[in-house]
Design a protein around this ligand. Sequence first.
Ligand SMILES: Nc1ncnc2c1ncn2[C@@H]1O[C@H](COP(=O)(O)OP(=O)(O)OP(=O)(O)O)[C@@H](O)[C@H]1O
Length: 528
Amino acid sequence: MVSDIKSLSPLHTSPLLYPFESPVFSLSQKCTPNFHTITKFSKFPHSDHLISPETMAGGSGNTSSSDRAGGNDVTGVNLTSKTPIFGQKLYVIIAITVIIVTVVFTLICVCIRRNLNTKRRRRMRVKHSSGLFPLVSETVKNESVEKAARFGVFRKDDEKKEEIQPIIKVVEGKIGDTNSGSNESGTSRSEDALSSVSAENLSGFGWGRWYGLSELEVATVNFAAENVIGEGGYGIVYRGVLRDGSVVAVKNLLNNKGQAEKEFKVEVEAIGKVRHKNLVGLIGFCADGAKRLLVYEYIDNGNLEQWLHGDVGPISPLTWDIRMKIAIGTAKGLAYLHEGLEPKVVHRDVKSSNILLDRKWNAKVSDFGLAKLLGSEKSYVTTRVMGTFGYVSPDYASTGMLNECSDVYSFGVLLMEIVTGRSPVDYSRAPGEMNLVDWFRGMVASRRGEELLDPKISVQPASRSLKRVLLVCLRCIDMDANKRPKMGQIVHMLEADDFPYRTESRPPRDTGTLGSGVDVASKASSTN
Ligand SMILES: Nc1ncnc2c1ncn2[C@@H]1O[C@H](COP(=O)(O)OP(=O)(O)OP(=O)(O)O)[C@@H](O)[C@H]1O
């Protein structure tokens, strides 16, 4: 027994552990006296004040004096003796206690640490959130930016650009001369005036930037095929990325018998200085030898023709409201050309492939290659008939006399295309439906206006809204060019909610002119 005790580590003889040993040192006893007693006991085993070793040893009384003298009289600390706790031996209980205390302590530490980390993270989240939009994880953000860049969808400062775009800058002073007169055919005097503008003195225009050919070659990777956006009658359009990272559209004009030079000058003259939210901005140019290139702001969502006639599935993403937004935007762009500039600009090629769209479905009128300038003192210019089949007004086609009313007619056809989803001329349709204008008039005249709606529009507009738009279409294609509304009026008609009802309440004379959609249809048909 004694040898057993001797072999025990000091920990086992620690007086603090005595309370587990005997009822004498039970936990119910006050701590201090016990501690004091125990300490004293270990130092002075014979003290009178001490509880006898016999008592501590459970009354065995077998402890030798030598043991006591050596300070090892720990008979009361028999670690192998059984305790009342589940009948376990003391050292087992001690070991379990030590383990439990260690585990609990570790758990507490872990909990405190975790709590601190969560608080710190919460603080960071609040710091980075504006509260206006949900936070996106960096991985997702990077992925979408990369994807966008790969597909040329947008760049970071696109939003900023959009805020800058709506600035309307009126052309300062006249550009070139304009003319009118029924004796001229072919090249007009305005074109003659334009031809005096050489590539070398373009810098005198005071707008845009002169790009070096090499700069545009780098931007388009040597005019690589994979950067081709599309090809029109006047050149190939490429997507390019300039040195500063901005994305542009570069039109490489075809140099066909000096055509490039001509188109170049016309575009530069017509829209060089013009800035309007609904007109594609011409931001610069390049003239190098015989080569002529135009640099435009890049519009990232294709053109209206693709969205109306492309493969978009059974339901078009172009809802009625989006279509109206596009129509109104286009009308505003044209209204600016006709009514906001001096000399006014007649576009001459209004059609769906020339209406570019951004990601917010803002319409941007593009392709001013056929544009004509028309001074306020002239009511028309006579010129070669140019434009696109199906959109050209019959009066201009038959006389060659051009003014803004021709654009209004083309806009009317475009609006029909927007409503119906049909092309102006479609040979794949039944004979009575090949020509959109004729079919459209006939349908409205027979009070079948509702059937005109593009079946790919999932949610039908209110009949009142549809009627209003049908009416605008018919007014734009009036056979009497002078009766067609101005583009500014068209903007108001399309934007006004109660337009048809206001006109219905007009006196009979006016009703005869405007009337309801159906009345006008009958009138329009009869004038045809
Ligand atoms: N600034 C631009 N941003 C993005 N795409 C453009 C831009 N300008 C033109 N495009 C696209 O390039 C293509 C060719 O345009 P372009 O104006 O040369 O010809 P078009 O209008 O298609 O045909 P047309 O010669 O009969 O007028 C079109 O698909 C058009 O959508």
